[in-house]
Write a protein that binds this ligand. Sequence first.
Ligand SMILES: Nc1nc2c(ncn2[C@@H]2O[C@H](COP(=O)(O)OP(=O)(O)O)[C@@H](O)[C@H]2O)c(=O)[nH]1
Ligand SMILES: Nc1ncnc2c1ncn2[C@@H]1O[C@H](COP(=O)(O)OP(=O)(O)O)[C@@H](O)[C@H]1O
Length: 213
Amino acid sequence: SFLPPLHPLPMAGPRPVVLSGPSGAGKSTLLKKLMKEYDSVFGFSVSHTTRNPRPGEVNGKDYHYVTREAMQAGIDNGEFIENAVFSGNMYGTSKAAVQDVQAKKLICILDIDMQGVRNIKHTDLNPIYISIQPPSLDVLEKRLRDRKTESEESLQRRLHAAKVDMELSKEPGMFDVVIINDHLDEAYVQLKEALLEVILKTERLKGAIPDFF
Ligand SMILES: Nc1nc2c(ncn2[C@@H]2O[C@H](COP(=O)(O)OP(=O)(O)O)[C@@H](O)[C@H]2O)c(=O)[nH]1
Ligand SMILES: Nc1ncnc2c1ncn2[C@@H]1O[C@H](COP(=O)(O)OP(=O)(O)O)[C@@H](O)[C@H]1O
């Protein structure tokens, strides 16, 4: 005879989202718009970095700003899901960063570079992979210069990494969605379209079963 399971199957949590793409492609700009419109849906995975904070950046919100020694100790201690060196600085996603977001029942968004994408593919995180690309390298350079956050050396390193990123993002199977950020409003609509399913899923769950979240 049919017996129901003793425990209901756990509801599979919503898939996290990985945003990647060259420095200056517009990831932070798009992310901030998305988090503002859907603050009850998405939560940002706050990475650790050894780079200096830029004016306006907040420790614990944009990044956890740490020394190389502290970062290396955390890596050695197994506290990171992935870590990479980008433009001479260390960056990494801690297990706690992702758990903090998931504990709030929000969809976790990670802003990570191409090495991070490759490494996350070897974990069980199973995110949706989205690449934000600039219309061209020239436009990217102009945006990075206009942002006025980088030294000439840092800018050149980012442009070099951008060329590699732009090539790798074309590899079949690397990303689920590639968005060209030419006009910001159009890129934002495309990002929302790419995430429509997870947004609707979350909002439906919240509406149907208020106590679920
Ligand atoms: N692998 C990895 N990359 C990260 C992480 N956090 C940020 N990054 C990437 O590091 C690069 C540099 O980030 P940042 O210094 O904030 O410069 P920006 O992207 O130009 O604003 C970007 O490609 C980010 O996506 C992380 O935790 N892991
Ligand atoms: N579609 C766009 N058109 C023009 N400028 C943009 C556009 N998207 C972003 N920017 C600007 O380009 C710069 C880089 O964007 P940012 O979000 O910091 O990139 P990332 O986080 O990928 O490094 C910022 O100064 C931002 O205001």
